[in-house]
Ligand binder design. Structure first.
Ligand code: OFO
Length: 167
């Protein structure tokens, strides 16, 4: 594996781990603030990011690289509101998308079409997750400060059809 690409993939392992920890922290915040539906949503998101991380770890090792399990900082654990929570979700996804795009760019520069091909799965995943985050945030903006709106959002979040329902 090209060393520059291996380094970038290992950095990506860390970003997926950070996203997983951040979403677990968000699930916990939601759980302790009475939003059980939102908590379930983020427990699932956290698990998915962990799966994304492991997929990278295995890929690096299979291609005779060495995957590094990273140390990560404590995630943010206090949020002003549901809107703040979902803004954090969208920012996190946009950050990860930018990092994935950078890997794609470097793969093309270094002619690593193998990794380029592998990373297409992440490109598609990010498209879906960003769309989900935007759709949910848009709904929260419509709801505003309305408490009964928040109640319904929490009740329905896991059955809502979002543009890019994360899988
Ligand atoms: Fe790993 O899928 Fe989003 O961040």
């Amino acid at each position: 594996m090209i060393p520059e690409i291996e380094k970038l993939l290992n950095e990506q392992v860390k970003y997926e781990a950070k996203a997983s920890a951040q979403y677990l922290s968000m699930a916990s915040w939601a759980d302790t603030n009475g939003y059980n539906g939102v908590a379930d949503f983020f427990y699932t998101q956290s698990e998915e990011e962990r799966v994304h991380m492991i997929k990278l770890v295995k890929f690096i090792n299979e291609r005779s690289g060495k995957a590094i399990v990273p140390a990560i900082d404590k995630p943010r654990d206090d949020f002003k509101s549901l809107t703040d929570l979902f803004e954090t979700f969208l920012e996190s996804e946009e950050f990860v998308t930018a990092k994935i795009n950078n890997i794609i760019y470097e793969c093309l520069q270094l002619k690593d079409y193998n990794v380029h091909n592998f990373m297409q799965w992440y490109v598609a995943e990010q498209l879906e997750e960003e769309a989900t985050a935007r759709t949910l945030l848009d709904k929260l903006k419509i709801i505003g400060e309305d408490k009964s709106g928040h109640y319904l959002f929490d009740r329905d979040i896991n059955t809502m059809q979002t543009t890019g329902q994360a899988n």
